[in-house]
Design a protein around this ligand. Structure first.
Ligand code: NAD
Length: 487
């Protein structure tokens, strides 16, 4: 394959501990595979418990200064970082294409969102206030709260959106006066280095943000470190359970941003151009289906069911799957061989269990045969209780399910153990709000409202997790309340 993916040089991955940059770690070496070509393209140094300990010690020392840094100075530095992120959108695009095969066009579109998350939390840095809970005038007692940083935050992120995951955690933590040790996924080692370089350029002192790329061993060491006062985790429920078990022993708080199996209810009165465009693009197109909050179950009113299936099939046919370095590519490969095999396994079982394959269902051959490329895949007549409808695929696979009444649609949407996002398409305002109230999810997006608006708290319920990122609540996750009282 004559792709730019092969020609583009990979940056050296370093562990970043304060001002130190290490090209080797006690956790060994991970051989990164380019998902576009299936070929090894970088040796990634992995942090072990030693480097994690050093990073946490450095972050703790930095915290003692950073928490006393004037809030307005923190705001200025984070504002500069936001501008720098925006200015470097093209770099982040290339890095994400190398990391996990995300098309450059997708990252270019998402980088302003990452900059906006940074800018939003920069704005909070000098607006954190406390409240007087009892005044002397009332009953002789004067009491007030202090919203204070926790200290060192352990930020463990996954591989599907390395830049946006950083932007959803780090600026809020820093605005509140914490410092962070990030553990990027070993699968996506390239983006974090650029983020840290820009943070340094923005004037954020060494040690305030540290990055120890590594695997489970490094993640566990971070969770268990006594100087790490809170964990902010993005990943899957299996890892979340392990982390929460450790946190239980240590009585350590944690925010858990986990997966989803979000229902997208399409009523017959919906604008079907909009419903089918959004519902297809964001299930089998964008990120090759590798997004936590994507609308992966399309629950369609029976009177428009056949029409919707035909529209989805047609839109799927226009999605360009291919080299992520090409500007017009919509979908790149999935992240690695294991993911490819897991997804094709689920597709094969769905084919054999009665779901009707509408389009796709195979690995892509030809020029793309060496990479981990899958056809955008759509199934109709999916049993709401089947494996495909109940489990996160994390790949380009959409399930379409019919319904007859509003209550039935709600019941199907709520029938998984997940509860991250809910989607509704209808032109009936009253119905939209009634159904939104009934959905057991952390958010509801109506008629194509976009994901990841920074002013909105984002985060799921059930096995989609706990805690919030975004909005004031996202800031409050990084603050602890102390009460002061005197008589
Ligand atoms: P994962 O849970 O396997 O890994 C996530 C991170 O945890 C990685 O950095 C990994 O190295 C680390 N890790 C692994 N074992 C660990 C341990 N024992 N202790 C500490 N850290 C450990 O992630 P995955 O399942 O490959 O990621 C995909 C999942 O992430 C999907 O479920 C997806 O929906 C979810 N996700 C959620 C959001 C959100 O904001 N809600 C965003 C993106 C992805």
């Amino acid at each position: 394959m004559t792709s730019a993916a092969v020609e583009t040089e990979r940056p050296t991955v370093e562990l970043r501990i304060g001002s130190e940059r290490l090209t080797s770690g006690s956790g060994g070496v991970y051989q990164h595979i380019d998902p576009t070509t299936g070929r090894p393209d970088a040796d990634v140094p992995l942090a072990g418990p030693d480097e994690v300990d050093r990073a946490v010690q450095v972050a703790h020392a930095a915290y003692l200064e950073w928490r006393r840094t004037k809030p307005a100075d923190r705001r200025r530095m984070l504002m500069r970082l936001a501008d720098l992120i925006e200015d470097h959108a093209a770099d982040f695009g290339r890095l994400a294409a190398m990391d996990n095969g995300t098309p450059v066009g997708t990252t270019s579109a998402m980088t302003p969102t990452a900059a906006e998350w940074t800018r939003y939390y920069a704005g909070w840095a000098d607006k954190i206030s406390s409240e007087v809970t009892a005044s002397l005038r009332a009953d002789g007692e004067f009491s007030y709260t202090l919203a204070q940083p926790w200290g060192v935050i352990g930020a463990i992120i996954t591989w599907n959106g390395p830049l946006i995951s950083l932007a959803m955690k780090v600026p809020a933590a820093l605005a509140a006066g914490n410092t962070v040790v990030i553990k990027p996924s070993e699968l996506t080692p390239f983006t974090a280095g650029n983020f840290l370089d820009l943070a340094a350029q923005a004037g954020i002192p060494d040690g305030v943000i540290n990055a120890v790329t590594g695997g489970p061993e490094a993640g566990q060491a971070l969770v268990e470190h006594p100087l790490v006062k809170k964990i902010s985790f993005t990943g899957g429920p299996v890892t979340a359970r392990k982390i929460l078990r450790s946190c239980a022993d240590l009585i350590k708080p944690a925010v858990m941003e986990l997966g989803g199996k979000s229902g997208n209810i399409v009523f017959a009165d919906a604008d079907l151009d909009n419903a089918c465009g959004v519902g297809t693009m964001f299930s089998v197109g964008a990120l090759s289906g590798q997004g936590c909050a994507l609308p992966t179950r399309m629950i369609v009113e029976r009177s428009v069911y056949d029409e919707v299936i035909e529209r989805v099939r047609a839109i799927t046919g226009f999605l360009k799957v291919g080299n992520p370095f090409e500007d017009d590519t919509v979908s790149g490969p999935v992240v690695n061989k294991q993911a490819l095999e897991r997804i094709t396994g689920m597709i094969d079982r769905a084919k054999n269990s009665g779901a009707r394959l509408i389009t796709g269902g195979e690995r892509i051959g030809g020029d793309l045969a060496d990479g981990f490329f899958l056809q955008p895949t759509v199934f109709a007549d999916v049993d709401p209780s089947s494996e495909l409808a109940q489990n996160e695929v994390f790949g380009p696979v959409l399930s379409i399910i019919p319904f007859d009444t509003d209550d039935q649609a709600i019941e199907i949407a709520n029938s998984t153990p997940y509860g991250l996002s809910g989607y509704i398409f209808t032109t009936n305002l009253r119905r939209a709000h009634r159904v939104a109230e009934e959905l057991e999810t952390g958010e509801v997006l109506i008629n194509g409202a976009a994901n990841l608006g920074v002013t909105r708290p984002f985060g799921g319920i059930g096995i989609s997790g706990m805690g919030k990122e975004g909005g004031r609540q996202g800031l409050e996750e990084f603050l602890r309340i102390k009460t002061v009282s005197m008589v």
